[in-house]
Design a protein. Structure first.
Length: 367
């Protein structure tokens, strides 16, 4: 039997509750599709700070280096909010993990099930068509990591802070390649988002993306859009987009916009893929839900496990090549939603079920 090896990092808040559902779903899926999970849990985020003095403890990092993928929960919460920004769980755990594994390709699928159209803040005639957009965000370059990055005091006593936005052609080419591969499995349309009317990095971005798509797959319909316009078009008519391809910070902002128009953060999964291949000849990846730790409902057993479960499906697809098993999980979630079962975040006042009940309903639909 095929054995899949990954670490699970539940993190803080609702992380542990939804992670345990995702692990059960993976195990059941393995029974049906012929694989076994070998996984160990490790501290990350606030609990890392509490237990090891660091949001990303060395022991956690070492464990991740010995496996083929990371299933990540979520990190952060009020307890750690007063730490200096650089030490906060989100930044001190996620950014070093992304850098350590060169997780340069962040895929954030934005899906609004038509059944859940009422949850979208978009007008109902727009939302009722459903939404299906994939955001492909560059994740290890740009203004997040560029040097110099510092704050200093000037002679006149003012302070000056600098962040540097920098891109090389190689970084743009490799993320474009990911977008091209993703688009080939979808509607073969890429909209590349930049600010080429102002930024040098964007001019290079636009040129490189164009050349790269032309070379890799000229049958793809490529368009370019300025980021301010893209932010507007995404709420006006989201289904004009198939794959959105963009740099790190624009992708950070647009992917939150995409998430909110899709109704519930509790439904959205994401994948961050690295360079090179793991021991299965697929990319090493980190898989995480988009919703955060939801401290207000943590420990109450009411969190929506769907995003964590869907993240596990993405892990099977991208890091283990188990497409059928991934689809089975995605369909089980879809069917569960179709059956009318709702956790509090998507119930809109109707009766809601808890995390484990939602989990069992998904489990029972894995076939
Ligand atoms: C995200 C988050 C992170 C980012 C933060 C927590 C550093 O907003 O994954 O989108 O900006 O990338
Ligand atoms: Mg963000």
């Amino acid at each position: 039997m095929k054995i899949i090896r990954f670490t699970n990092l539940p993190g803080d808040g609702i992380g542990p509750e939804v992670m345990s559902v995702a692990l059960e779903v993976l195990e059941k899926t393995g029974e049906v599709y012929g694989f076994a999970c070998e996984t160990t849990a490790h501290d990350v985020g606030g609990i890392g700070i509490d237990n090891h003095g660091k949001a990303l403890p060395q022991s956690t990092l070492d464990a991740c280096k010995s496996v083929d993928a990371i299933l990540f929960g979520s990190v952060g919460g009020p307890k750690w909010e007063n730490l200096p920004p650089k030490e906060q769980p989100e930044r001190a755990a996620l950014l070093p993990l992304r850098k350590a594994f060169e997780l340069f390709a962040n895929l954030r699928p934005g899906n609004l099930f038509p059944e859940l159209a009422d949850l979208s803040p978009l007008r109902s005639d727009v939302a009722s068509a459903g939404i299906d957009v994939l955001c492909v965000r560059e994740l290890t370059g740009g203004i997040y990591f560029g040097q110099p990055k510092n704050t200093r005091t000037l002679e006149d006593g003012q302070k000056e802070a600098v962040d540097t936005m920098v891109y090389r052609t190689g970084e743009i080419q490799r993320i474009t390649e990911v977008a091209v591969k993703a688009a080939a499995l979808r509607d073969k349309k890429i909209c590349s988002v930049d600010k080429a009317n102002v930024l040098e990095t964007s001019i290079l971005w636009r040129q490189t993306v164009s050349e790269c798509v032309q070379k890799l797959d000229p049958s793809i319909e490529l368009s370019h859009m300025y980021v301010d316009n893209a932010a507007m078009q995404l709420v006006r008519n989201p289904n004009q987009f198939d794959v959105l391809l963009t740099e790190n910070m624009f992708g950070d902002i647009l992917s939150d916009e995409l998430a909110v128009i899709c109704g519930s953060l509790g439904m959205l999964a994401s994948a961050s893929l690295g360079t090179g291949t793991n021991s299965n000849n697929f990319p090493f990846g980190l898989y995480e839900p988009a919703g955060g730790t939801a401290p207000d409902i943590a420990g109450k057993g009411v969190a929506n496990p769907c995003a964590q479960v869907l993240s596990a499906a993405l892990m099977l697809r991208y890091s283990f090549g188990l497409e059928e098993a991934a689809l089975a999980i995605e369909n089980a979630v879809k069917e569960t939603i179709r059956s009318g079962l709702r956790t509090g975040d998507i119930a809109q006042g109707a009766p809601a079920v808890g995390t484990t009940e939602m989990g069992s309903a998904i489990l029972s639909r894995i076939a």
